[in-house]
Design a protein around this ligand. Structure first.
Ligand SMILES: *Cc1c(COP(=O)(O)O)cnc(C)c1O
Length: 397
């Protein structure tokens, strides 16, 4: 593995990745591919990126030893607090990087897709910061269940456009954004929100999110005297927060990497978004990866209570980490996630995003030794999910 970029020059992670795109997108994708290495690696870019991560987003995010949670599960459990970033999730790491890339390429109009609205908010935020026009595509279903984020995007000056096809969630919003990009190749930059899409997007987003594990290395060293934890656990929608916290540990083979997908109502119910568990190889949104599909290769509609995990594909990096056995992929149901969110709230005074609650939900499914060092990525905060938490009151003691 190349220490800077994991994908090979054609964007492959083993069998997965690449750029499977219509001819009309080729020019857009190719112009990005031609410049991204040099731009991101330049001293000027790094300086501005790091300044904004520190002074604007509030990095480094703290690493917190959760004592009461640790006691409950019999291990030393640390929380990586991405929920404390500006705008409330890890998404801002990536949108800061991509807007700088867009500016370097001379683009004046920004488009994005969003599920839970966190990527849309993070994109609208950096567009306000840079004074650029912003259009966000969001599934109509998600606009209802994550309404506070729609209001935030609009207040920030973005135009939010409803995607009305399919089950009106993240996949459908992504289709709309790609369609817009085809129609506006000259002035428009597409800021993708996860480690998905055609090469070079998965590589770019992984690189920007890798700041999470870069910090974790020195934070653990300072607190525990070692750089390596025994376990790293993160939820997986497209897989960007997981890619970011796995990144610097992929070659440290004694660190167990665990991704957690949304099982929805259960992996056997057909109402699920646990892509790696129930899916197989195919092509979605420009990349060869694992996805949920029927016998005819038609994409199956995903389901999860969590809008940020409600996606029928997964980034090609995760398809590869799963296939090679380097990372293990588990899943948690809606109910398990809701219960885990309640538990963290009452044990530690931290209300996690519904997405992050899926990662917490597997703590009880693993058997730890008392001395095990476990890091859970709290990808975002739960303000946007208060409606779902209030509706689930009957589940809680
Ligand atoms: C978007 C989002 C996710 C899922 O996206 P990944 O690319 O898998 O990280 C997870 N948690 C939060 C808080 C999100 O906003």
């Amino acid at each position: 593995m190349n220490e800077t970029f994991i994908a090979d020059k054609d964007g492959y992670y083993g069998d997965f990745g690449g750029a499977f795109i219509p001819e009309m997108l080729r020019q857009n994708v190719e112009s990005l591919r031609a410049v991204y290495h040099d731009v991101i690696e330049s001293a000027e870019f790094k300086k501005e990126f790091n300044m904004l991560l520190t002074d604007y987003a509030g990095r480094p995010s703290p690493l917190f030893l959760a004592k009461r949670l640790s006691k409950k599960y019999g291990a030393r459990i640390y929380l990586k607090r991405e929920d404390l970033n500006h705008t409330g999730s890890h998404k801002i790491n990536n949108t800061i990087g991509q807007i700088l890339l867009a500016k370097k390429m001379g683009k004046t109009r920004i488009i994005a897709e969003t599920g839970a609205g966190q990527h849309g908010v993070a994109t609208a935020t950096v567009c306000a910061l840079m004074g650029l026009e912003c259009v966000v595509y969001m599934g109509e279903t998600d606009m209802i269940r994550q309404e506070p984020n729609v209001k935030r995007m609009e207040f920030l000056g973005a135009r939010v456009v409803a995607a009305k096809s399919g089950n009106k969630t993240l996949k459908d919003a992504t289709n709309e954004a790609l369609r817009d990009w085809i129609c506006n190749p000259e002035n428009t930059f597409y800021i993708i929100g996860s480690v998905v899409g055609p090469h070079p997007y998965p590589d770019i987003v992984t690189k920007f999110q890798s700041v999470i594990s870069e910090e974790l290395l020195y934070q653990l060293k300072a607190k525990e005297g070692v750089g390596n934890p025994d376990y790293i656990i993160a939820c997986v929608g497209g897989g960007s927060n997981a890619a970011g916290i796995f990144y610097h540990y992929i070659n440290r083979k004694n660190v167990k990497l665990i991704g957690v997908e949304a099982a929805g109502e259960g992996i056997k119910t057909g109402r699920t978004a646990a892509t790696i568990t129930v899916g197989d190889a195919g092509i979605i949104h420009g990349s060869k990866t694992i996805l949920m599909q029927n016998e005819d290769g038609q994409i199956t509609e995903p389901y999860s209570i969590s809008a940020g995990l409600d996606y029928p594909g997964v980034g090609p990096l995760h398809a590869w980490l799963s296939k090679t056995g380097r990372a293990r992929y588990m899943n948690a149901t809606d109910t398990e996630a809701l219960t885990a969110a309640y538990e963290l709230t009452r044990l530690e005074g931290i209300i996690p995003a519904l997405e992050s609650a899926h990662a917490l939900a597997v703590l009880g499914k693993l058997s730890f030794k008392e001395t095990d060092l476990v890091v859970v990525n709290i990808s975002g905060r739960g303000d946007k999910d208060m409606l779902a938490y209030t509706d689930a009151k009957k589940l809680f003691p």
